[in-house]
Design a protein around this ligand. Structure first.
Ligand SMILES: [Zn+2]
Length: 399
């Protein structure tokens, strides 16, 4: 035992969930001991592999170990010892404790049923997923083909310990570190290759959001089509060069809203959003050799955060007790700038009146004939006919 300045003994304390204290199969303790605080933090089962081995849980009637940390079962549960001295336990309801500070704002049980398909797990997708996990979203489908590399770290939610692993694996670890009960489906690939069987298993109409963070319009068009197919919400978060500004587009099924393709077109031959935006907004003559450079983390995160707020509002649309934070004020298509100063952003940003401007007046309609069918989105019409026929997800969405 350590002493403090007054020679009072500072006792070691064990943090452990009530669930684990009641778990009869708990026989080994993993987690971390913090020397500066004298706290043993016992990790929940989902995080065992990330913790240090701290000691065994010995059967009822056993003697505590002579030295070090151990636990012994008794009639009432588990007692913990260090050098045979019994330690104080601070137990907590894991789930209740994690989300206690969301209380009164987000309904924890409601949010746990919500599902997010994260299409692209880079700087944007990783932040969206982390924030939705903190909001209590219970299930994630992560889709991305890439590996975490050193040059990602200054923008990504993952760090050096994740370099070399797939982004989907690294992000799963981060999500479980927030909520060990979170369900994670993973797909190593791009949205256009997502297997239908996986989506069929994952998606629940009205409780699912598709988040397009893949930085190309073709992926967003495709993702919005799939979201309509599953009667799910859709949001796309994209950026201009160096994240000087960004664009957010959302779609709520069943409201006769234009889909991404109806409103903004299919991207045509332009595969990268950067090139599309460059084409539209930049005064540079040639886009040749242009490498999409998404900018610094704080600029990306400011724009992404607006998208996350919209996402949380959409997921709570059917929740009577919830007052939308931004959805009633933001149009289906919102442009957000980080700078309005042409010395930083060039001519492109001159359309903005002030830095950090969030548009509330831009209106998109059924502007693109390709998806138009008697002033409704043809994908929504198709979905409606299928639903009326009772034909559920029978034909192939990938064409
Ligand atoms: Zn459409």
């Amino acid at each position: 035992m350590m002493d403090n300045f007054f020679n009072d003994e500072i006792e070691k304390v064990v943090f452990i969930s009530e669930e684990q204290l009641k778990d009869p199969s708990l026989d080994k303790l993993y987690g971390r001991y913090w020397e500066d605080t004298f706290i043993f933090n016992i990790f929940p089962a989902a995080l065992y592999e990330r913790g240090d081995f701290l000691g065994d849980v010995l059967p009822k009637g056993s003697e505590a170990a002579q030295e070090g940390f151990c636990a012994v079962r008794d009639e009432n549960g588990i007692r913990f010892y260090y050098d045979r001295k019994e330690l104080k336990i601070e137990s907590y309801g894991l789930y209740q404790s994690i989300f206690s500070r969301n209380k009164g704002i987000l309904e924890t049980d409601t949010m746990a049923k919500k599902k997010a398909v994260i299409l692209g797990c880079g700087s944007v997708g990783s932040l969206v997923a982390m924030e939705l996990a903190r909001a209590g979203v219970g299930s994630f489908l992560l889709s991305d083909p890439d590996i975490v590399e050193y040059h990602n770290i200054c923008r990504h939610q993952c760090g050096i310990e994740d370099v070399g692993d797939l982004k989907i694996n690294a992000l799963e670890r981060k999500l479980k570190n927030i909520n060990p009960n979170v369900n994670v489906f993973k797909f190593e690939g791009i949205v256009q290759n997502l297997p239908k069987a996986m989506l069929d298993e994952f998606c629940v109409a009205g409780d699912t959001v598709f988040v397009g963070c893949a930085d190309n319009r073709a992926a967003d068009v495709y993702a919005n089509r799939i979201s309509i197919y599953y009667s799910a919400y859709f949001i796309s978060i994209g950026f201009w060069e160096r994240a000087l500004a960004g664009e957010i587009f959302y779609h709520i099924p069943g409201r006769k809203m234009p889909c991404y393709e109806c409103a903004l077109g299919d991207g045509g031959n332009i595969s990268a959003r950067a090139q599309a935006n460059h084409h539209v907004y930049s005064n540079q003559e040639s886009t040749e050799g242009l490498k999409f450079e998404p900018g610094i983390s704080v600029d990306i995160n400011f724009i992404t955060t607006i998208g996350i707020k919209i996402t949380i509002d959409m997921l709570n649309l059917n929740n009577d007790g919830y007052i939308p934070r931004v959805l009633d004020n933001l149009k289906q298509y919102t442009v957000i700038c980080n700078t309005s100063d042409p010395r930083i952003g060039g001519e492109m940003v001159e359309i903005f009146s002030y830095p950090l401007q969030i548009t509330t007046s831009l209106v998109v309609g059924f502007g693109q004939k390709k998806c138009l069918e008697e002033n409704t989105c043809k994908y929504e019409t198709k979905r409606k006919i299928e639903a009326e026929k009772g034909k559920s997800h029978a034909d192939d969405i990938s064409e």
